[in-house]
Design a protein around this ligand. Structure first.
Ligand code: AMP
Length: 427
């Protein structure tokens, strides 16, 4: 076969059926849980003014190194960026529309980051997430974290660990960063060249290093939770107590720093044991009090999370959870009498609420029966010249018995419903 002239761009891929159906079901499971917990869907643009994302912090890799930026055709052109995440857009929307707080929203959709593609890491990937904006109460942190935990449980995932940390308030952080900076400087001989460079720009991110060379210096580094102000410590305590009360298991991970610099106080991540360690994060989130104000809004706290759909599905594959969905096609119409009956029958069946499909192009009985099997349909409705002459159709059970009988063409939908419900006469 000739090589295709075009392929999906590097780091992107086509999600084909039936996997696309499974993804949609995963998203709809999340949507349903979030809706029922009082969150409403936010649909925001896929691109924003680049300034919206720049508020996430100049040291945030996602912003500094990974954004897809573009200029539109305006005069002067507007500097835009494809969204690398959705929290900033949610805060921008909050400032623009000023909904009554707390504003509880969920979202889903593609995000874009110019990363080095590898298994579980793409340049276009999908997230589902939720945010509570305009709430400082630690109960909001507990609610958001628990929503994600219950979602993983609902998918049947057992190997997802919840890691939590507190990053303190901005005022606590300067004293801590000074202590961390001192530590890293005095251990600079033990650090990888990359970590040494990172230590100069953003010492916190060194704690994130997965390089074995950095392990010892990171393990002995001071940790933020030992430098919390009384208010931040009390908040963290309340979040932990809330999770304990609900029986939500977590591990305190004092070296957990998230890749996005705007987090304060609560930070958390979900790690899937079935995935390769470098790419085992299936989601994460935290508190971002201050972001709304940075975007020109009123003082408003916020807490939220984003979960990676692509990686959750990889984790499901690794655990054998949330398997492929069953076919939506219930009845397959096999027409070997010219095809006009199939057109009518499919329409009749679909209008009666049945999932129905057919073949095209006057194919043989054998070829059509093969397609019927592949479609996942439980029933075939067969129309040949005999049936057509008699104004009838043959109903054949494709799963199990293989029994068949004829009904009048006009009764086909009713017969199909009865077969599928297991109430057909003669069963
Ligand atoms: P973040 O916004 O970086 O906290 O990411 C939240 C979640 O999105 C991560 O835990 C991953 O599951 C997923 N994610 C982030 N970046 C990528 C990527 N490049 N490819 C696939 N999934 C990603």
């Amino acid at each position: 076969m000739a090589q295709p002239r075009f392929r999906a761009p590097r780091g992107t891929r086509d999600i084909l059926p039936p996997e696309s159906t499974r993804r949609r079901e995963l998203v709809s499971r999340f949507a349903d849980m979030a809706d029922r917990a009082g969150y409403g869907q936010l649909e925001s643009p896929v691109f924003e003014d680049v300034g919206v994302f720049q508020r996430l912090g100049p040291d945030t890799d996602v912003v500094a190194k990974e954004m897809f930026e573009l200029h539109d055709r305006g005069d002067p052109p507007q500097h835009l960026a494809l969204r690398p995440e959705l929290t900033a857009s949610a805060c921008r929307a909050y400032v623009e529309h000023r909904p009554t707080p707390p504003w509880k929203i969920w979202y889903e959709g593609p995000q874009f980051r110019y990363e080095r593609p590898q298994a579980g890491r793409y340049r276009q990937f999908s997230q589902v997430g939720a945010e509570v904006i305009g709430a400082e109460d630690p109960a909001a942190d507990v609610e958001a974290i628990t929503l994600a935990v219950r979602f993983f449980e609902a998918l049947g995932l057992r190997g997802v660990r919840l890691l939590v940390n507190s990053l303190g308030d901005p005022a606590d952080r300067s004293a801590y960063l000074a202590a961390l900076g001192d530590h890293l400087r005095s251990h600079s001989g033990e650090l990888s060249p990359q970590a040494r460079a990172t230590a100069e720009r953003n010492p916190l991110r060194v704690l994130d290093s997965k390089r074995p060379e950095d392990r010892a210096a990171v393990a002995s580094a001071p940790v933020m939770i030992d430098h919390l102000s009384p208010a931040a410590a009390e908040h963290f305590e309340a979040v932990r107590a809330g999770l304990d009360d609900l029986g939500v298991a977590y591990e305190i991970c004092p070296r957990l720093v998230r890749g996005l610099d705007y987090y304060v106080r609560t930070a958390f991540e979900f790690a899937a044991s079935g995935l390769d360690v470098a790419q085992d994060a299936v989601g994460g989130g935290g508190r971002y009090d201050g972001l709304v104000e940075d975007l020109g809004g009123p003082p408003a706290g916020g807490i939220g999370f984003a979960l990676g759909v692509d990686r959750i599905l990889l984790a499901c594959d690794a655990e054998g959870a949330f398997g492929p969905s069953t076919s939506a096609v219930e009845v397959f119409v096999v027409d070997v009498a010219g095809g006009a009956a199939a057109t009518k029958l499919c329409d009749q069946l679909r209008r009666a609420g049945l999932g129905a499909d057919r073949a095209f192009g006057g194919r043989s009985m054998k070829a059509q029966m093969k397609l019927a099997d592949r479609s996942g349909a439980a029933l075939a409705l067969i129309v040949g010249p005999d049936e057509l002459a008699a104004g009838e159709v043959t109903v054949r059970d494709l799963h199990g018995s293989g029994r068949q009988y004829r009904v009048r063409l006009g009764d086909a939908a009713e017969a199909a419903w009865a077969e599928l419900a297991g109430t057909a006469p003669g069963r």
